[in-house]
Design a protein around this ligand. Sequence first.
Ligand SMILES: [Zn+2]
Length: 48
Amino acid sequence: MLNGGILNRACPQCDSRRHKPLEPYSVDRWHVVECADCGFVYLQDPPD
Ligand SMILES: [Zn+2]
């Protein structure tokens, strides 16, 4: 796992790179996104 700077992390569930941001749920510097294919919600740049 690389240390930060990953802006297009693939969905951990289906490996899709299509997603939409969930701004209301993004806290501080964490970018929460929802997978456009399976609906899985995950962090674009999870902490170490
Ligand atoms: Zn997915």
